[in-house]
Design a protein around this ligand. Structure first.
Ligand SMILES: [Zn+2]
Length: 110
């Protein structure tokens, strides 16, 4: 996956196109993600202890990871990322993501 939990992303396809939010969850097996405030779906729930009435709740549904782009803090918009190698102080090579446009590292090991 190109994206990880806690990434700030912008939606590039679908009803929520142009909106941005933080990734709350990733499902690498299905290449799907949940983004804060994006793709709300209504779900009927049964009563629980905290919500004895049950009813309809709105919560974020999953969307395809290919429908979002990571926001580069330097460019200020959604960008494509590339993988780049970084040699740490322990001399281990790590793969990190970098902005294709400006080269800014976007953090997180791949
Ligand atoms: Zn950038």
């Amino acid at each position: 996956m190109q994206v990880k939990k806690n990434d700030q992303v912008v939606v590039i396809a679908g009803n929520d196109r142009g909106k941005s939010g933080k990734i709350l969850k990733t499902f690498p097996e299905s290449n799907r993600i949940v983004v804060e405030g994006i793709n709300f779906i209504k779900r009927h729930t049964r009563g629980t202890q905290t919500n004895p009435q049950g009813g309809i709740v709105e919560r974020e549904g999953t969307l395809d990871a290919s429908n979002v782009m990571v926001i580069c803090s330097s460019c200020g918009e959604g960008v494509r990322t590339r993988s780049t190698e970084l040699v740490g102080s322990d001399e281990k090579t790590r793969h990190v993501r970098a902005c294709v446009r400006c080269g800014e590292m976007l953090g997180g090991e791949q």
